[in-house]
Structure formats: C-alpha cells, structure tokens
Design a protein. Structure first.
Length: 262
DNA sequence: GACCAGGAGCTCC
DNA sequence: GGAGCTCCTGGTC
C-alpha cells in the first residue's frame, strides 16, 4: 500500500467511510496547510448509520438516537474539553453505584447518550483528520511526519499542551506497538486520552446487530421501501469488488470490514 | 431459518 | 456505461 509515504497527496477515507457525500468539504481540504478542524463542517451522515456495531466500543446505533453504545469491553475515550456541555459527561470513566428504578434508567440512558455523542464525534473527527492532514486512516501506514501531524491536530482539537514533543521520532507502527502505559509514561496527564483516540483509528471492523433494522433504514435512505437484508447484503458484496468492504480474515456472520483505499 | 456468495437482469441517472 | 436494486440459485452454519 502506498499511502504511507510522507507528503503523499491522495485523499484518504476514514475506516468507517461508507459513501461519499462530502464533496463540498473535499474541495477545500486538499489545500489545507492549516490543520484547524472545521468544527461546523464535521458532518458525515453515513457515520451515524443505524444498527452498526463497533467491536472495541460495543456501539449500536439506533434510529432514534444517532449512536447508542453499551460499554462492555473498552471505555469511551476521554471527552474533549471543548465538547462537554452535559454535566453527566464528567462521570465518564468514573466508577458509580448501579442505578436503580426509573431514576437509574433515566440516568443510565443519559449516560449512554453522552457516551454515544462522544464516540460519534471522535469518529467524525477521524474522517475529517484524514482529509485535512492527508494521512492514511490506518496509523500503521503513518510516517514520523504523519504521527506529528496527527498529534498536532489532536492538540489543537482538544486544546492540549504540546504533547507532540513527547512522541517525536515515532512512526505510526511504533505508535501502534505502544501500550497504554507507554503513552502514560510519555504524557501522564493525556497519555490515556491519546491512546484511546489512537485505538479508534485502529478499528477498520463493524458488526450489524439488527440486520432487519439496518436493511429497513438502508431502504429509507435509498428510497427503497422493499429493501431487506438479502438485498442489502448483495449490495455490500458489490463493495467487495470495489475494494471498499470485505469480510474480516476470520469471517463471522454479519461482520464486515472496511478496506483502506489504495 | 438466517446468512453468505455470486450470476444476471433491470432501472435510473 | 456505471451504480445500485432485484431476483434467483446454491451453499454453509
């Protein structure tokens, strides 16, 4: 794959890229030396594709809310400081007594929604960063320059101090081989946050939780009322030929993987 | 029964 | 002509 070369000018897709409705954004991204993320232009409609599951965050997006996730394997990344309007968000990552009754359900739902928002926003940021920085979606392909670009962008996005200076001379491969403890060693305050963000970048695999629901919503999006999963899956298989989607190496039912563009 | 894979025909732009 | 939907057959789990 050639996308890893420094200065490469291609426009990379997000690991979660499904289709391409952001032509307007692409037009100015190509000449973006200024890496300030366009906060108001982060929209990527397909990222809120309902009924899709992300293994590392156990995310299931439903029709009523863009993203719903269940925390079973990994915590959501730390909330960006600039995106913390809800009081509940301060509770992320903190141990809590299990809620009880209606009040507990409401609180749990609020927490889910906040977590949903955070992860959804981070996933949008991934796609935006790929285009803004001209870097590959797969961190394994990053050069040292790309790593620094990513760090500078993350600094800017989350108003961090100069963490990039603590990760110099590291390629993407080096970065991916580091543990969370390694990250914390380099930045005790923000290492875990950076590690969580990198973890999202490394995720290319998703699972369809409710095939019927996904098919129904796909039909709504495509204005095909008769859509069902049989037809949807046929469409997905068409993406195999285009190199957009494939089955993971260990094939499982309803599990697909986005393919990095060449 | 549900999912997977792929061929072939069709419609739409 | 390409993209995507639809229908179909056959296979696997």
């Amino acid at each position: 794959m050639s996308m890893g070369s420094p200065g490469c000018e291609h426009t990379a897709h997000s690991p979660l890229y499904i289709s391409h409705t952001h032509t307007q954004t692409m037009a100015w991204l190509d000449k973006a030396d200024d890496v300030k993320p366009p906060r108001g232009l982060l929209g990527l409609p397909e990222l809120s594709w309902p009924g899709v599951y992300l293994p590392c965050y156990d995310i299931l997006a439903l029709e009523e809310s863009p993203w719903v996730l269940r925390m079973t394997e990994a915590p959501a990344p730390a909330a960006p400081p600039s995106r913390t309007p809800e009081p509940n968000q301060a509770k992320l990552g903190q141990p809590q007594d299990p809620p009880s009754g209606m009040e507990g359900q409401v609180e749990e739902r609020s927490l889910e929604q906040v977590q949903t928002m955070v992860v959804g926003e981070v996933l949008k940021d991934v796609d935006t960063a790929c285009k803004l920085l001209n870097i590959a979606p797969d961190p394994m392909d990053w050069s040292c320059v790309h790593v620094q670009k990513w760090l500078l962008w993350t600094e800017h996005l989350h108003k961090l101090p100069q963490v990039s200076t603590m990760f110099q001379e590291l390629s993407g491969r080096d970065l991916c081989s580091m543990t969370e403890a390694d990250f914390r060693q380099r930045s005790s305050q923000f290492g875990d946050m950076l590690y969580a963000h990198l973890d999202i970048w490394r995720s290319g695999i998703f699972k369809i939780e409710d095939s019927a629901l996904v098919a129904r919503l796909w039909g709504m999006r495509k204005n095909r009322p008769a859509m069902n999963y049989d037809k949807l899956s046929r469409s997905i298989r068409q993406y195999y030929k285009k190199g957009i989607i494939r089955k993971p190496d260990v094939s499982r039912r309803l599990v697909y993987q986005f393919v990095n563009p060449i």
